[in-house]
Design a binder for this molecule. Sequence first.
Ligand code: IPE
Ligand code: IPE
Ligand code: MG
Length: 242
Amino acid sequence: MAESDNGQLPRHVGIIMDGNGRWARARGLHRIAGHRQGAKTVDKVVTACRRRGIRVLTLYAFSSQNWCRPSPEVQALMELLGEYIRQERRKIMDNNIRLTAIGHLDRLPPSTHQSLTELIEITKENTGMTLCLALSYGGREEILAATGALCAELAAGQLRPEAIDEKAFTARTWSGSLGPVDLIIRTSGEQRLSNFLLWSCAYAELHFTDRMWPEFDESDLDKALADFASRQRRYGEVTEHD
Ligand code: IPE
Ligand code: IPE
Ligand code: MG
């Protein structure tokens, strides 16, 4: 993407990485082979976003609802996540990427949780791009957690009801410090949010592509970015006056 396009580059991109299972089944492979191939796409897309100057990339890797899948699949996904964290450590550091994560992380297997926490800690001063993994994540769960935090502060007398506004609420969400998501990309042809970034997506532009996540590549990313650049964001206002 040319330098001159940077003015219309989304600051925060969120990706719903969908279609691993269908990609695999269409090739006569087990769904888990699709997840393995999907992990390779993650690697490529992270590098591509970093190169294009995206400031924040949030990847929906595992939803709160995905815990209900058959246990061998859940286990395989957790193993792949652990592998990703261990294998990408060097590259994440070399690319000056700050890793962070949102979701009920305490539900992750202890060893995965620990490697994740370590990588978050060692990358915390990096400034090239923030990579946020949404893990055991749900948008409703995030809103509930923020509401719980506000209620606890109210009950303890640390907060007055009048002080609850959008800013105060956002500050208590898991993703609050990432800033609002500007562009959400979903692969695999499905056109829904599936509980992703529900609070922060209020004015996000949505881009849907039929490509399955394991086959999503740099040119698909560029199409999504070009689509974003062509949109006019109005936030409820009018751009022309009589
Ligand atoms: C996305 O691919 C990966 C996760 C949700 C963890 P899917 O596993 O949902 O693949 P499809 O939608 O069944 O093809
Ligand atoms: C959304 O995909 C969750 C992730 C990509 C991690 P799903 O495949 O779980 O969503 P639905 O079931 O199609 O809504
Ligand atoms: Mg799916």
